[in-house]
Each structure stands twice: as structure tokens, then as C-alpha cells.
Design a protein around this ligand. Structure first.
Ligand SMILES: *Cc1c(COP(=O)(O)O)cnc(C)c1O
Length: 377
């Protein structure tokens, strides 16, 4: 048996498939010289809108900036509570603290890893008890599957809360026939290289059907500009997407639907091969996932020992996430819903992510499966 290390994500295989298309697109930008807000930026934004159905796409410098643009455009600040899951990447809560508001952490569901809608009313109660004004909710579509919008959106509407969907891991997924990008007031995503749709650096985007919000975010990403760059009508940021990254994404978006299908095939094969030895991820009826991560749960096992055994056999694993955000040093002073977040804390001790990308061959996948099965035996 070969013991050459398996890549966790094989961007080199994708690069071989893309051939010279991306290289040529990059060179065109290098030659035309419009490195900032060049024509590829507007083209990409139109392509993204056509892809996900949102009326407005605003590209920006990262998924974190995308989240921040929405909070800034909504005027979120001191005294506001923003509810968000604790079982997520820290950026989701980080932006809330940036604008001076208070993140209030909510619990997750064990089957989808997403927000537990039952935790939201508890978080609203916690916020009010602390003298904070509940302003909005950041949902996260973790590992590629959309959150339970049918439960979350009416609840938020009844409470007067806006909804920002953090789709850094789920852009390309669908929820009951509608693409991610059209749920809530706005959707943010990330084009970090390891995301399902990644560029060759940092990048992100916000999607919304709200024309006023879109106009404010276009201004904010460019130092709060009014009629031009030297007319500043609000406090903004340098949050633009580089033209070169837009050119890369235009080419990668062309193969994205096909890559999503390949991810789905890989995920199904994992589920079939591992369902009897680990808790394998479930996609709810009517939803599709883009499988940003393929994450199993291994309760009752020594997860570190499993990961070490697999590493020794040349099979990389990852833990998303070893701690919930409210357990992190920088965030542990912030309030949590109800009496604690037991599901998220348990997930953090049980999850193990396996190599997942559209170019994973059946032979390599079989080796990953065999290695995990042996480690669990
Ligand atoms: C990656 C990620 C982000 C941040 O995106 P960056 O482009 O790295 O800034 C935010 N939220 C979630 C859930 C993510 O996975």
C-alpha cells in the first residue's frame, strides 16, 4: 500500500483542469493595468448575481469584510446584540465586536451543525436581560449546508431582527430549490482559497435584493465614498476585491457547478462507506450541500489518537472546530443563550473532517476510508 501523503484539498488538481484559462485571465489584468476595480470586478459581480439569483452582488476583500460591510450598513453598534452560532469560525462573531456590538452565542443542532432555532428565543431573552437591544441574527451555513431558514426567518421577522446569512462555506448550495444568496436581508461569502469557490488570495462578496443596502455597502467598501473617491460621506474601509482575484473567480465559476456535483459524489461515497462506524453528516430533505467540509462525529473515541494514527498513514484530517467560539479566550466574556451551549461544546469534542475536494479519486478515498475504519476498530 502506498503511503504518499494525501492532500486535504487538492488545488493543484483543479489548476491542472483549468489549464491556461486562469493564467491568461491573470495576464490580461497585468497587461491592462486596472488592478483596482477593473472591468473584471463588475463582470464577476454580474456573474455571481446570475448564479445565485440575488439582485445585487458586492465583491469585497474577504469573507470577514463581507460580514462587516453588512453590519456597518445596518448601523449596528454599541448597545446592540447580534445573535450568532458559537460553533463556527471566529470571524462570524469577530465582526460583531468590531462594530462595538455584543455577540450573543446560540447553540447548534447535532445533525446539521447549524443554529438550533430553539436557542434563538433564549438568546433574545439573554440579550434583553443584559440591557442590550437584539438587532439581528447571523446564521451560518456550516460545512456547506444551509441553516433552517424556514424556522429562523419567521422567528426573526416576528422579533424585528434582520438576518445576515454567513455563506462562507455554502455558496453554491440550495435550500428547497432556491440558491444560497437570497435568504434574509443579506448573504456574505468568502473566496478564501480553501472554500468551495476560492480565489488565489483573499476575497469575498455580499448578496442582497435591497438596493439601498447595496448602495451603502458599495460606498463603505471604498472608504465611504459619495460621488467619487475624494467625496467621503460615511466612515468606510478599504474593502475592495483585487481585479486579479475577480479574473480568477470568473474562470473558476465556470467549472463550479461541475465541481459541486463531484463533491456530492465524494460525500455520498464517504457516507456509504462510513455510516456504520461513525456518525456521518446528514443533508436535510430538499437541501443540497456544497460540502465545504466532510465532517464525521466519533463520540466515545480518542479523537486525537485517531487523527495521529491517520496522519502516520499519510491521511490528513482536520478539526473544525476544536473549541466553540464562546470557549475562546477572546470571546468568553460574551453572553450565551439560556444556561449554556451543550450541543456546540459536545460537537467541538467529537468532530473530525476528512479530505474533501472535487478531484478526490475513488482509490485515494478508499485509502482514507480504510485508514479511518482501522483507527476506529
Ligand atoms: C472562512 C469563513 C469566514 C471568513 O472568511 P475570510 O474570507 O477568511 O475572511 C467567515 N465565516 C465562516 C463561517 C467561514 O468559514
Amino acid at each position: 500500500m502506498s503511503h504518499a501523503p494525501i492532500p486535504f484539498i487538492d488545488l493543484a488538481a483543479q489548476r491542472r483542469r483549468l489549464g491556461s484559462a486562469v493564467d491568461e485571465a491573470i495576464l490580461r489584468v497585468v497587461d491592462h493595468g486596472a488592478y483596482i476595480m477593473g472591468p473584471e470586478v463588475a463582470t464577476l459581480e454580474a456573474d455571481l448575481s446570475a448564479y445565485c439569483g440575488a439582485r445585487h452582488s458586492i465583491s469585497c476583500a474577504s469573507g470577514t469584510d463581507a460580514l462587516a460591510l453588512v453590519l456597518m450598513a445596518k448601523g449596528v453598534g454599541v448597545g446592540d446584540a447580534v445573535l450568532c452560532p458559537t460553533f463556527t469560525f471566529a470571524a462570524t462573531a469577530e465582526v460583531v465586536a468590531w462594530v462595538g456590538a455584543t455577540p450573543v452565542f446560540v447553540d447548534s443542532l447535532p445533525d446539521t451543525f447549524n443554529i438550533d432555532p430553539a436557542s434563538l428565543p433564549q438568546a433574545i431573552g439573554t440579550a434583553r436581560a443584559k440591557g442590550l437591544r437584539p438587532a439581528g441574527v447571523i446564521t451560518v451555513d456550516l460545512f456547506g449546508q444551509a441553516a433552517d431558514y424556514d424556522a429562523i426567518l419567521p422567528l426573526c421577522a416576528a422579533e424585528g431582527l434582520w438576518v445576515l446569512s454567513d455563506a462562507a462555506q455554502s455558496f453554491g448550495a440550495t435550500y428547497k430549490g432556491r440558491p444560497v444568496g437570497v435568504f434574509g436581508d443579506a448573504t456574505s461569502t468568502s473566496f478564501f482559497p480553501a472554500k468551495p469557490l476560492g480565489c488565489y488570495g483573499d476575497g469575498g462578496a455580499v448578496f442582497t435584493d435591497d438596493a439601498d443596502l447595496a448602495e451603502i455597502m458599495r460606498s463603505l467598501r471604498n472608504h465611504g465614498q459619495g460621488i467619487d473617491k475624494y467625496d467621503n460621506v460615511r466612515i468606510g474601509m478599504n474593502g475592495r476585491l483585487d481585479t486579479i482575484q475577480a479574473a480568477v473567480l470568473i474562470e473558476k465559476l465556470k467549472i463550479f457547478p461541475d465541481e459541486i456535483e463531484a463533491r456530492e459524489r465524494v460525500a455520498r461515497r464517504y457516507n456509504d462507506a462510513l455510516g456504520d462506524v461513525a456518525i456521518v453528516p446528514q443533508v436535510r430533505d430538499g437541501l443540497t450541500s456544497v460540502w465545504a467540509q466532510y465532517t464525521v462525529r466519533v463520540p466515545g473515541h480518542d479523537r486525537d489518537a485517531i487523527a495521529a494514527e491517520m496522519k502516520a498513514a499519510g491521511v490528513p484530517t482536520a478539526i473544525y472546530y476544536p473549541k466553540a467560539v464562546h470557549q475562546q479566550v477572546a470571546y468568553k466574556m460574551y453572553p450565551v443563550a439560556g444556561n449554556g451551549l451543550p450541543c456546540a461544546e459536545r460537537l467541538a469534542t467529537e468532530v473530525l473532517s476528512l479530505p474533501m475536494h472535487p478531484y478526490l479519486t475513488e482509490a485515494l478515498q478508499d485509502r482514507i476510508v480504510e485508514t479511518l475504519r482501522r483507527a476506529l476498530a
